[in-house]
Ligand binder design. Structure first.
Ligand SMILES: NC(=O)c1ccc[n+]([C@@H]2O[C@H](COP(=O)([O-])OP(=O)(O)OC[C@H]3O[C@@H](n4cnc5c(N)ncnc54)[C@H](O)[C@@H]3O)[C@@H](O)[C@H]2O)c1
Length: 328
């Protein structure tokens, strides 16, 4: 009855693994702890997971076939896989496209291949992304909308994962759910994401870059809501007759980046120094989830509003970023 969580040193993976451990589950975490962002943050998350006796950690690359075969070999007790390891971030996919194909496409395929050999596997839940919807203003986005015009390689790899998963459901009957996350944020978050990078710049008195006059809108989803969605879905594998599906995990509201900055300024008690820039071609204008399908399946959907979530993020950030706060 073990759950394997890939990307366990990452933001969503850490919170998911911790929630599973708290609920009494045994968790094997896999992560290569790469240096896409500050590894001290990843190591600190892992340290907190290692405080649980039921947590075991494997430092490995999910695209390494031999390593994955060794981790999963003969594991009759693995009943669920929560696959969250990936090369995340839209803008970085213009800098290192190969990292995306390696981790997101080859890594995803490698895990599905090992999943085929697990006799006790009940559900394979994996991370997709709101970015698969592309640059559309047809909000709120529904799972039935077209998702065939991605504007970043990141989005293309996430859509590829959904299609590969569909094939593995069709050919091998692996029950799978792809979760299209919408801008997850919160304590222990990702330093490359705007809310975190802005907070750091604001306390350090450094400028922040705002695209398109702050008019870009995102559906910001608080991490506890994301994890509640993951855990609830995990308990409800799709029926054998239709083994694959995708679901949005979002907050059902599009909020402007200008409003995000306002909230951060208020919580940090300091004004941002703003530089303006034009929107980048890989950035979509808006994301906004319909969560009807999630709600119909699990009976609830995210509800934390951005002001409350940012207040909780800043409370954590003050502890994590102490030296800079002191000098602010
Ligand atoms: N945070 C968001 O807003 C968001 C939105 C949409 C989708 N997602 C997806 O959710 C998942 C989790 O995102 P996150 O925000 O926690 O990102 P994260 O970068 O914090 O976590 C990903 C983890 O995966 C690990 N990893 C990357 N490549 C690996 C590989 N080849 N082998 C082993 N480990 C590897 C990284 O070291 C990292 O710890 C990702 O699949 C991401 O694409 C996140």
């Amino acid at each position: 009855m073990t759950v394997v969580v890939t990307g366990a040193a990452g933001f969503i993976g850490y919170h998911t693994a911790e929630a599973l451990l708290r609920s009494g589950r045994a968790v094997v975490g896999i992560d290569n702890v790469n240096d896409y962002y500050d590894t001290r943050l990843k190591e600190a998350r892992l340290e907190r997971l290692q405080a649980f006796a039921a947590f075991r950690f494997v430092r490995a690359d999910i695209a390494d076939r031999a390593a994955m075969a060794a981790v999963f070999d003969g594991k009759r007790d693995v009943t669920e896989i929560v696959h969250l390891a990936a090369q995340a971030g839209v803008r970085y996919s213009l800098i290192d496209p190969y990292a995306y194909v390696h981790s997101n496409v080859l890594g995803h395929l490698t895990l599905l291949e090992v999943a085929r050999s697990l006799p006790g596997l009940r559900h394979f839940v994996y991370a997709s992304s709101s970015s698969v919807y592309g640059d559309t203003e047809n909000a709120p986005f529904r799972e039935t909308d077209r998702a065939d015009k991605p504007v970043s390689l990141y989005a293309a790899t996430k859509r590829a994962d959904e299609l590969i998963s569909h094939v593995y459901g069709h050919l091998h009957g692996i029950p799978q759910t792809g979760l299209r996350f919408f801008t997850a944020y919160g304590p222990w978050g990702r330093p490359d994401m705007a809310y975190f990078a802005f907070a750091r710049a604001i306390v350090e008195g450094a400028p922040i870059t705002i695209y398109d006059q702050g008019r870009l809108q995102r559906d910001f989803t608080y991490i506890d809501d994301v994890v509640a969605g993951v855990l609830a879905v995990l308990q409800r594998p799709p029926a054998a007759s239709s083994p694959t599906r995708v679901l949005n995990v979002g907050n059902r509201r599009a909020e402007s980046v200008a409003y995000l900055v306002e909230l951060l300024e208020r919580e940090l008690g300091r004004k941002a120094i703003i530089r303006h820039a034009a929107r980048e071609a890989a950035d979509v204008r808006v994301t906004c989830a319909s969560t009807d399908a999630l709600e119909a399946l699990v009976g609830h959907a995210p509800r934390t509003d951005l002001a409350a979530g940012i207040a909780r993020f800043v409370a954590w950030f003050r502890g994590w970023h102490r030296p800079a706060i002191k000098s602010a």
